[in-house]
Design a protein around this ligand. Sequence first.
Ligand code: SF4
Length: 334
Amino acid sequence: MNGGAAAPPRLWKMGGKVVSLDEKCSRCRRDAEITLRYAGQSLCRQHFIRFFDARVLRTVRKYRMLEKGSLVAVGLSGGKDSTVMLHLLCKISKSLPIRLVAITIDEGIAGYRPHTLSVAKRECGKLGVPLRVFSFKKLYGKTLDALLKEKGAKRACSFCGVMRRDALNRAAREIGADRLAIGHNADDVAQTVMMNYMRNEPERLWRFAPVSGLVEERALAKRIKPLFATPERDIAAYAMMKGIGVHFQECPYANSAFRQHVRSMLNATEEKYPATKMRIVRAFLSQLGPMQSAARKNLAKDGKGKIGRCGICGEPASGKGKTCSLCRMLKAEG
Ligand code: SF4
């Protein structure tokens, strides 16, 4: 964001065209507050907010994320992405009759989760959205801190991610939601795409679609990602401009993740070659249809597409009598 000081016009190349970015809003010539290099625009506060809202609404409509009467469980961590998403869904609910219930998963991460929980409570109070908190301790008998210590699990995020997914599904089911809104943003998508290629696991990418799930299953709410096409930096700027109090501290386990490495690499590339992340998102979307068709065929061929119940915990699992990924993981970690 600009500090308001005058600066010489900047030039950069976008799609073969040289674009000038100055300190004035590209739309109204008022003082610009943000420069979106990936879009070749500088915008004032009012036009940035309009641009931001319109893009989220376009994403929601394009992928038919919401329906009249939907009960949406909003995964709310108290971080910037999910808090901004809650505000946007509230705004949308003024013109489309949907009901919202926020759900927060308390993994039990000392020194981190209590702060974000208080943000979640405060924002829900302001917006009049009911909040339900589900803890690992209650669901699985132990906090994440205790589990990681006990099992010596090296990849905290892989471990926690599977548990969080399970916890969110259980929570959405308990409140009877037919949609589960997740605050994944365009940076998350670009990172996930790169990580899957770097791990040589491109066949798993179809799972990260704007609306997840190739197989309809009553026990699983449809996952929707309204911020799918919105860069992380824009979300932070939007939160600041709208005065949405969010928590910017990172989870203490996040630093050790492979994702963190890919994130830094993409940020450095974006700095030098603006719009790289958005191009990765677009490339992914252009391949999504064929990826989903191939995945559907494979699932039908080997019967994995049938959702059964986990033989251990009774939660949804691929194939009848199979073990779900959480129970498999807990078993493997000993
Ligand atoms: Fe869990 Fe990793 Fe997210 Fe922390 S950063 S909450 S450990 S998934």
